[in-house]
Write a protein that binds this ligand. Structure first.
Ligand SMILES: [Zn+2]
Length: 158
């Protein structure tokens, strides 16, 4: 078991290193690295089990473009994709992406701040086509997310 001081040092080195080498520039690199550290801590995973990439579907031109962070389970290799919609605000919950019951697009299905939020989501039965998600079981962003297809009845009407 690694000491707290060693893990803290490793997290700081991880952020410095990834800020310096990011192909997306230093600002975005730091946002990606901080997002990875925050998600790893929230889920109790190692930094080597988190990968990040820009979210081209939800990108904005304002500072703090959204980041997709994928957590891979070390036991089952199952992947969970989390959206940090505003990565510069590190007190915001992650949005766990999952299939829309209507269009199968990857859309926000749960707000996750810590491991128990993921556990609550996983304990729910899956949504089926025709299900109308209860307001308290999907994030507010579910119905306006860019992940829906253009014909999905849940997607934002532009
Ligand atoms: Zn949809």
């Amino acid at each position: 078991m690694t000491s707290l001081a060693e893990r803290a040092h490793a997290a700081a080195v991880f952020i410095r290193h990834n800020t310096a080498i990011s192909p997306h520039g230093a600002y975005r690199g730091e946002e990606h690295a901080r997002t990875a550290v925050r998600l790893a801590a929230a889920l109790g995973l190692g930094l080597d089990q988190i990968t990040t990439e820009p979210d081209w579907l939800r990108r904005r031109t304002t500072p703090g473009e959204p980041v997709l962070a994928t957590a891979t389970c070390p036991d089952t290799n199952q992947k969970y994709v989390f959206l940090a919609r505003f990565p510069i605000y590190d007190d915001e919950a992650f949005e766990l992406l999952g299939p829309c019951p209507e269009c199968s697009g990857q859309v926000p299905r749960a707000l996750v701040r810590h491991l128990a939020d993921l556990g609550t989501y996983l304990a729910r039965p899956p949504l089926r086509p025709g299900d109308i998600p209860e307001a308290d079981t999907v994030p507010d962003t579910f119905s306006v997310d860019e992940g829906h297809t253009s014909t999905c009845r849940y997607g934002a009407v532009l």
